[in-house]
Design a binder for this molecule. Structure first.
Ligand code: CA
Length: 226
């Protein structure tokens, strides 16, 4: 089975280290971030299978990071909180967390919780059932390589589909034209970066992304979900 990826967002390095050690021993791949913003970008870039998120972070609060994550894509989140306050826990769960663990924690208990949540999540988003990705008005079926908008199937070419998927899977990430050419068309493609521009224009029109698939002037493009 493929190794599962866990992202730990925790500013107290000793705690992050303990979690990293414990989960790596269990066969997980573990990445650590020590601030909320670092954690959020790492999550968007790496798409971990689960996020362990500290409540008190030096820059953005854990609850806000949680909200940013759940607005960007579907990932199970466990909040780590030093607070015993029930209201805080409920607030954490309301902002999209799946579970919480109170610090100081028992490492075995955290591991058990993570495994339970991953199992529950796999069941709900299992590989044997069609895993549809919903982004605003768009629904993507990777199995069918199709995208529909408000129930209507979009007439996309294979390259347009791949390009669109790349943006939908990496919200807010800026892609340069060259990077897109390399990624979608391959290094030996003879065309130039205008090919990308033309495809982007078509995708915007077909998928109704005029307001969300944005030009980053002088750099490239990014998808910013509303
Ligand atoms: Ca902290």
């Amino acid at each position: 089975m493929e190794q599962r990826k866990i992202l730990v967002i925790e500013d107290e390095k000793p705690i992050a280290d303990i979690l990293k050690y414990g989960f790596e021993k269990e066969g997980f791949v573990v990445q650590c971030a020590y601030t909320g913003s670092e954690g959020f970008s790492l999550a968007c870039a790496e798409l971990p299978d689960l996020v362990l998120l500290d409540w008190m972070l030096p820059d953005i609060s854990g609850v806000d990071v949680c909200r940013m994550l759940t607005e960007s894509y579907t990932v199970p989140i466990i909040m780590l909180t030093a607070r015993g306050n029930v209201e805080d826990k409920l607030y954490g769960l309301e902002s999209g967390a799946d579970d919480y663990v109170t610090k100081p924690f028992d490492l075995r208990e955290v591991i058990a919780r993570v495994k339970t949540i991953l199992r529950r999540f796999d069941k709900a988003h299992g590989t044997d059932t069609e895993n549809l990705m919903v982004c605003g008005q768009l629904t993507v079926s990777e199995r069918e390589r199709s995208v529909s908008r408000q129930g209507k199937l979009l007439n996309l070419t294979p390259k347009e589909y791949e390009l669109l998927l790349c943006f939908l899977k990496h919200p807010r990430q800026v892609f340069t034209r060259t990077a897109l050419l390399d990624q979608i068309w391959g290094y030996d493609f003879a065309g130039d970066t205008r090919t990308v521009d033309i495809h982007i224009q078509r995708i915007r029109k077909k998928a109704g992304l005029e307001e969300t698939l944005l030009t980053v002037f002088g750099v490239g493009y990014k998808y910013v979900p509303q």
